[in-house]
Design a protein around this ligand. Sequence first.
Ligand code: PHE
Length: 344
Amino acid sequence: MSNPIEQVRDEALQTLEKAKDSKTLGDWRSKYLGRRGAVAKLFGEIGALPQAERAAFGRQVNALQSELNTAFEQREALIQSHALALDLEEGEIDISLPAHPRRRGGLHPSTRTHREFQAIWADMGFHVYQSRDVEEDDLNFTLLNLPPHHPARDMQDTFYTADSRVLLRTHTSPGQIRAMRDLGDGGSKPIRVILPGMCYRQEQITARSEIQFTQVEGLAIGRNIRMSDLKGTIAEFAKRMYNPKAKVRFRASYFPFTEPSMEVDVECFLCSGEGCRVCKYTGWLEIAGSGMVHPTVLRNGGYDPSEWSGFAFGMGPERITMLKHGIQDIRYFWSNDLRFLQQF
Ligand code: PHE
């Protein structure tokens, strides 16, 4: 009977010669060098041998193991260096195939509208002024001419923090006071800014109202600003935002921080004023609240209202985005549903 060690050696080396790829090579390795492979089996047989033969047999199996290990490594190196050349030669890699598709993120529909707004207002000379989301009660209300107990405070139900003087702003208007105090240099410099950002109101969440939404506030302060400036500026914005022929109209309204106050409508951009479901057959869409900055507010911002005047407006980008894309439910905006967001 031939030596079992020799048998394993011959067979192993012959099959290794034929291994041409790493799969066959891997199979070979487990067959001969693996935990249940042929070499392991030989080691297992040592115990059954007569005492006198064990040492010599053990040495031979050890030698076989290292010989096969070395042979394996050499073969592996050879196969790896040939693999690419071989693949290319046999055309197994088509390098013109597209790679795995990558999931790409997109801009939130509100972010898109904000960017459009910002580009237009920047073109018209308005800087972006970032005010804060967490605001003092004084700035959100009192300094905007809504003293404690003023009935107009009921217009907005508010999220207060544990400290009742600190709240989540209910509109971007407190940024007017901050911008005037920050940029006005003691009431001596003109200002032209927009203030975009998130606002919060404690409301019943429905298809038409959310507890969070964004606004874009606008503020212009100067020595000679009149209502015609407000009207012309907003009309120009509407032309650039909606269409070059867009008509706007102003309706008398009331805000405690502006006097006079006006609601701004733009001709419905879906039906061009003909009347449709979206504009509820009026031909008009409401796009902003606005007015001339109230003298008290000017004073609170550090300006002397006998010398300075200004206008302000507030717009709701979500509403405009909804109208533009026929979105029926405002809750989609902040519910982070990818099926909604991926449409934009
Ligand atoms: N802050 C008002 C609102 O939230 C909008 C507004 C801003 C009106 C500036 C007039 C001037 O409804």
